[in-house]
Design a protein around this ligand. Structure first.
Ligand code: GTP
Length: 333
């Protein structure tokens, strides 16, 4: 089966980490997110993926120059302007000339979903489109879905007011679609699959959904990005990481954190619940708590960062104290 992976968003909530790379090229335990997503698909019988790109397509093409992501062949469809999630699907289907049932994934979701079972369900109920559902505690920032007892979608409500959601099952960002579901997507303007296409298919009675409580995480914010790394580190996923190689002084204290390749941590530094990308230098007796540091960040001796997101190449001066701050990439405005 063919899977379209949506990777064209700007990832604004993850800035400054996404100032120079798309979200899906950020590392989860040292490996770009897209490799985990494609690896999961390959494990479930997907033979080829199509990346629906917009923002920084060059980042993918440079990282995977031989038309494969790990062992899976991939093609690309590059939008000249953002088409929204449904517009991107339509554009990709035309570019890849898809004429059979296919999968669509939000490329920023990490999940152990049984993709084969979703496709099987889609075929059994003869749906035009099927959405994977995930139960969550607070559905207010997601698309909430209610179904009848056969799984036919009755309502699709995008981001309901807190406390008003009729169900805890949310759109998990993996879909099975028939080409006919795509024909109705209007051309020539951005279209959202969540706000337009799915409500229309639900009204037509051809949209189905299947809940499954499995590992699932939307990586869209710095906090969730840290969580994605820690879940992988702590073995909460079916996939297991090879950890990056950093130079760590034995007199430092590192707990629940991922330190990128080539990074150095000096004596007395304390790092907790944080993710450091490659090439960071962490000075003696500094503290880094609940923070994400992009590549090549320097943290001076005795500095303290708590809840911060620091852009590539930044220098934090010795003794500086930052709390819940975001610093852009070095050299940017
Ligand atoms: P934010 O700006 O932080 O909201 O992130 P985002 O731009 O990634 O948006 P969002 O998280 O809502 O997107 C969900 C998925 O769809 C992500 O994998 C995006 O890369 C992708 N996506 C969003 N908009 C587009 C688009 O216009 N074209 C394509 N190809 N993909 C998109």
């Amino acid at each position: 089966m063919f899977a379209i992976v949506l990777v064209g968003g700007f990832g604004t909530r993850l800035r400054p980490l996404t100032e120079h790379v798309p979200k899906q090229m950020l590392p989860i335990c040292g490996v770009p997110m897209i490799e985990w997503v494609v690896g999961h698909l390959a494990d479930h019988g997907v033979e080829k993926v199509g990346l629906a790109m917009g923002y920084r397509p060059d980042a993918f093409l440079e990282a995977y120059p031989n038309e494969h992501i790990a062992t899976t062949p991939y093609q690309v469809a590059v939008e000249s302007e953002p088409l929204g999630t449904a517009g991107a699907i339509r554009f990709a289907v035309e570019q890849f000339q898809l004429t059979e049932t296919f999968l669509v994934l939000n490329g920023d979701v990490l999940t152990d979903l049984d993709v084969r079972a979703l496709v099987e369900f889609h075929r059994d109920v003869q749906a035009e489109a099927t959405i994977a559902l995930q139960p969550v505690d607070d559905p207010s920032s997601f698309g909430v879905v209610t179904t009848d007892n056969r799984g036919r979608v009755e309502a699709f409500i995008e981001k309901p007011e807190k406390g008003s959601a009729p169900s805890n099952n949310i759109n998990a960002g993996t879909y099975v679609l028939e080409p006919s579901a795509v024909e109705q997507i209007p051309q020539g303007r951005p279209v959202s699959v969540e706000r337009e296409t799915f409500p229309e298919l639900a009204a037509k009675g051809t949209l189905y959904a299947l809940p499954s409580a499995t590992y699932w995480l939307d990586t869209g914010t710095p906090r969730q990005f840290i969580q994605a790394n820690l879940d992988m580190l702590n073995g909460k996923r079916k996939q297991l990481p090879d950890l990056p190689d950093a130079e760590i002084d034995p007199k430092s204290l590192i707990t629940q954190s991922v330190i990128g390749n080539g990074s150095e941590v000096e004596a007395g530094a304390v790092i907790d619940k944080s993710v450091l990308l490659d090439g960071c230098r962490i000075g003696a007796n500094s503290e880094i708590l609940g923070s994400v540091l992009s590549e090549d960040v320097y943290v001076g001796q005795g500095a303290r960062l708590d809840g911060c997101v620091i852009g590539q190449g930044q220098r934090i001066q010795p003794g500086e104290v930052l709390m819940n701050e975001s610093r852009p990439e070095a050299g940017s405005a």
